[in-house]
Design a protein around this ligand. Sequence first.
Ligand code: ZN
Ligand code: ZN
Length: 238
Amino acid sequence: MIVDAALSVLYVPACAACDARVARGQPLCAPCASSLVPIGAACPRCAEPLAGPASTPCARCRRDPLPLDGIAAPWRYGGELGRALRRLKFDGRPDVARTLAPLVAPFLAAVARATGADVIVPVPLHWRRRAARGFNQAQLLLDHAGRAARLDVPRRAGLLRRVRPTLAQTGLSARERAANLAGALAAPARARRDLVGRTVLVFDDVVTTGATMAAAARALRAAGAAAVHGFAVARAES
Ligand SMILES: [Zn+2]
Ligand SMILES: [Zn+2]
């Protein structure tokens, strides 16, 4: 507690994207916040932005639906939000997860409520990548956003593991992404009793083709989950 108080005295609130000074609890400075693009009308299955109304799934999901009950993402990936998420992941800035929490928290709470989630699971990193980065950005974002939202839904990183290393998905085609992830995620045997019959919400920082969410959903369903939904902070163009 004393350490927390000391840290909060030293802590100068800064924009998650550009480090400009901001008011406490404000995730982005005004110019950076103005670059946020809400997802708008999007496919209810994969969160792909749609030109028309969001009542029907996109063409891809009608043809070849992802093995998920749906994916929600409040923002489009890009602009200064994209920069903030890249800083978190690639520049060794775990503080960005805490700064972004107020931006993510209300959406996460709404999706957890709407899906009836029993548990929220962050997309895991392979232990080697996690060791190199020092943290799992999805888990960190989820922890800060969950705390900011005062969510009473448990957050459980241990329910899903990356059992073999995978290539970074950037630059891979949809088919290559799916092949890269096939069998890469699994629920440990001891996680089964916490998954059987449950509705799980999978949390990630960015969703693109939904291949990672799909791999997570397959692993969770194989372990007995009754329903799997996805939530990502931002949806990138696939
Ligand atoms: Zn800024
Ligand atoms: Zn879709």
